[in-house]
Design a protein around this ligand. Structure first.
Ligand SMILES: Cc1cc2nc3c(=O)[nH]c(=O)nc-3n(C[C@H](O)[C@H](O)[C@H](O)COP(=O)(O)OP(=O)(O)OC[C@H]3O[C@@H](n4cnc5c(N)ncnc54)[C@H](O)[C@@H]3O)c2cc1C
Length: 305
């Protein structure tokens, strides 16, 4: 076990920004990043809402840069997920999830006076037959990864928010036809996304359309819809919201309070701070995650002082 001033949990933009800011304030910082840092931004090309670099900056470049900045500032990264958190004599004890990785890293736990939790979120699944079986065989959550392989094909995007619109537009640059399937009556995305979707002739908006099953043997061949229709598609991309990655904290309700959606609330009196999409009240934007991360590092620093 090693001691730190601040333990940080997460490998996305929120955790890495918080770690960099806390280390720049002279704090000893240990970050459980998980085995593959980067988070949701890893699969996003153009990140809307962040200040634009003259040459543009891809989401998948942003987290490696943030990790480098955190390490340059003196934060130490542990390539394991945090598996448990507990209070231990006025300190926070964070244990690694994977015994084999703990052995490789030669660290199985971090004891720290303050804790910043930023484990982010996973994309919600539809929960219909065929979805899990055909994952990676046409069922995807990464348009920018798969779009170039779908030139001239027909695909479906499920969802009506910003992420669904953004990814439908990415796919429309390659695919022949993109069916954008909405459960409700209208898109929920911000007006700028709605206008771009409506102006793209290859996107076909289908309101009041729910997927009942993903069809196909070796690969996706179509979708069975709840109204009984079948839609022939070569791939389906699912963006129906985020699920906070906080199940591993549910066993410690006395130490870390989660709301009914599984999001984390700060407990400043105990030196517990949250940032990013797993924090209560976060709006899902990367700029907000960065803002919350800097605020969390500052609050943890003040708590220690
Ligand atoms: C398709 C799509 C398009 C988007 N486009 C935009 C956009 O254009 N502009 C914008 O501002 N935002 C966009 N977003 C949202 C953006 O991705 C998020 O705001 C941002 O990634 C949140 O960062 P985070 O650090 O909170 O979480 P995440 O990115 O989810 O990162 C969390 C990290 O923590 C790790 N982790 C989880 N549990 C543990 C644990 N127990 N221990 C250690 N590590 C753990 C995860 O593996 C992951 O690496 C988009 C999202 C999607 C899905």
């Amino acid at each position: 076990m090693i001691e730190a001033d601040i333990a940080v949990v997460g490998g996305g933009i929120a955790a890495l920004t918080a770690a960099a800011e806390a280390a720049r304030r002279g704090r000893r910082v240990q970050v459980f990043t998980g085995a593959l840092p980067g988070g949701l931004l890893l699969s996003i090309e153009a990140v809307q809402g962040l200040p634009e670099h003259p040459d543009g900056i891809a989401g998948y470049d942003l987290c490696p840069m943030a990790q480098e900045a955190a390490m340059d500032a003196g934060a130490a990264c542990i390539a394991d997920e945090a598996g448990a958190v507990q209070r231990d004599g006025g300190r926070w004890l964070v244990r690694g999830a994977d015994a084999a990785l703990s052995a490789v890293n030669a660290i199985n736990a971090v004891s720290a006076r303050a804790l910043i939790l930023a484990p982010g979120s996973r994309l919600r699944a539809l929960g219909v037959p065929g979805e899990e079986r055909l994952a990676g065989k046409g069922v995807s959550h990464c348009a920018s990864c798969d779009a170039p392989l779908l030139r001239g094909k027909t695909v479906a995007v499920v969802g009506g928010g910003d992420a669904a619109c953004q990814e439908a537009l990415t796919l429309a640059a390659h695919a022949a036809r993109v069916h954008l399937l909405l459960r409700g009556e209208a898109l929920r995305a911000r007006p700028a996304w709605q206008q771009r979707v409506q102006a793209q002739p290859r996107i076909d908006l289908q309101p009041r359309t729910e997927v009942a099953e993903v069809l196909g043997d070796a690969a996706v061949g179509g979708l069975r819809l709840r109204d009984g229709r079948t839609l022939a598609v070569d791939a389906v991309f699912i963006y129906i919201g985020l699920q906070p990655a906080t199940e591993w904290l549910a066993g410690a309700p006395a130490t870390v309070a989660l709301d009914s959606d599984g999001r984390i609330a700060d407990d400043a009196a105990q030196g517990l701070f949250a940032a990013g999409t797993a924090r209560r009240g976060n709006d899902g934007q990367a700029a907000t995650a960065i803002d919350e991360a800097v605020a969390a590092a500052r609050a943890a620093d003040e708590f220690l002082a």
